[in-house]
Ligand binder design. Structure first.
Ligand code: SF4
Length: 423
């Protein structure tokens, strides 16, 4: 059984205008107290999850992904990242080829940090670029420039990172189609292995929400956002990326590639398999189409288990969900007294598990295998949701082919309309 570990680092230099994540201003002393608390929580769950019947050397599960997210993990002392990864290794069986990702803000980077992370085992970098246009970065209160973003990706490559993901946001207030095209061109020119391209969502409680409400910024234009979404799909797929999830795009390779585990593309995805001939002295290696999907994020979309460590982190074990205490100082106190920082737990009913698996699975391009879904969750989706499926099919939002239910391209854009139909 493979599990993922998410580690939350809540610190940021300043709050971005669109952000509603659980963050706090960076303070070195608080970070120095926080990291040992998270390491202690990792050890708590390691002890709890180990199968008491198994030998210590052969626990019943293995870790195939560690994701350091935030907040801004790159802001803290680089040695503290190693402390957290070592804590995972001390308490769990972390696979040699586990994907270990760190989220990076180009405003808090140095070559020394990157090299220290590499030595600690980090093998994937997710860079929060958001835009390559300085005036857009200023309007979002980002702390870096477009030039910083380019320098960061170059330095990551020089430090040996061969699995880089870039985050961009489309549909910003005042952003034109040409601006978005420029951002996409810049991102693709850096040849990342993965792209996360999000349409802006203006969330209640953010600075941007109040700026729009007070008339200081225009509301995002839905029609323009739809054009941007179409553009991102076309630009990425013609550049060799698989649009594998509503907002995520993975570089595809038609030959073996010796990096962290990549995914074999399911037959139903329609991606052709291919191969390269390696010369007649050598038997051609077995070839298949692989893509650089995020191992960690795939857990969220396939209903796999993951354990969240740190303040505000979420966890799911296949049956229950729980969320940790959000406030950093309160989390540290809770871990000091109980070893863990859980605030709230909910046990999902069978119906809730099935509904969640349906929403999350439909986010993926290949959608869900209806027979496997029924076997796993005891729900015949076509029977239970016959009228909704007929209506969504007529609207061109979903399709059923080869026993799989999936969103169409239009359905990916209007996914929220599809999801509410199944509530
Ligand atoms: S850097 Fe990321 S987590 Fe921090 S405030 Fe900005 S968007 Fe939020």
């Amino acid at each position: 059984l493979s599990l993922g570990i998410y580690i939350h680092i809540p610190f940021c230099q300043q709050k971005c205008t669109y952000c509603n994540f659980n963050t706090t201003d960076f303070q070195g002393a608080l970070a120095s107290a926080y990291v040992p608390a998270v390491a202690r929580e990792i050890s708590y769950w390691g002890n709890k999850l180990e199968d008491p019947a198994a030998e210590p050397a052969s626990p019943s599960f293995a870790i195939d992904s560690i994701y350091l997210g935030g907040g801004t993990p790159s802001i803290i002392d680089e040695d503290l990242i190693g402390v957290l990864i070592d804590a995972c290794r001390a308490s769990f069986r972390v696979l040699d080829d586990a994907e270990i990702t760190i989220e990076i803000n180009p405003g808090s980077m140095s070559k020394q940090k990157m090299e220290t992370w590499r030595r600690a085992g980090v093998n994937r970098a997710s860079v929060g670029i958001q835009s390559f246009i300085d005036r857009e970065l200023v309007s979002l209160s980002r702390t870096h420039s477009a030039a910083d973003a380019h320098r960061t990706v170059d330095a990551l490559r020089e430090s040996g990172f061969d699995n880089i993901s870039l985050d961009l946001i489309a549909g910003l207030p005042e952003q034109t189609l040409r601006d978005w095209e420029f951002n996409l061109e810049q991102a693709l020119s850096l040849r990342p292995e993965h792209l996360s391209l999000y349409l802006l969502e203006v969330k209640d409680g953010t600075q941007l929400y109040s700026q729009i409400k007070r008339g200081l910024r225009p509301s995002p234009d839905d029609d323009l956002a739809a054009e941007m979404y179409t553009m991102m799909h076309q630009a990425t797929t013609t550049s060799g990326y698989e649009h594998y999830e509503i907002s995520n795009f993975a570089k595809q390779f038609a030959s073996p590639r010796f990096v962290v585990p990549a995914f074999v593309v399911p037959a139903a995805s329609g991606v052709p398999s291919g191969g390269l001939f390696f010369g007649d002295q050598q038997k051609p290696p077995e070839t298949k189409t692989t893509t650089m999907r995020s191992v960690h994020n795939m857990k969220y979309w396939t209903g796999a288990a993951y354990y969240g460590m740190g303040c505000g982190a979420h966890s799911y074990d296949g049956r229950s969900r729980w969320i940790n205490i959000k406030k950093t100082e309160s989390y540290i106190h809770a871990v000091a007294s109980t070893g863990r920082g859980v605030a709230e737990t909910s046990v999902l009913s069978d119906d809730e598990r099935a509904a969640e698996a349906l929403f999350m699975g439909l986010r993926l391009a290949e959608g869900i295998d209806l027979a496997a879904f029924q076997a796993n969750y005891g729900l015949d989706v076509q029977d239970r949701h016959a009228s909704e499926l007929a209506r969504l099919n007529d609207a061109g939002l979903i399709q059923i082919a080869s026993g799989r239910l999936s969103l169409t391209d239009r359905g990916m854009l209007l996914s929220n309309e599809v999801f509410v139909s199944f509530v």
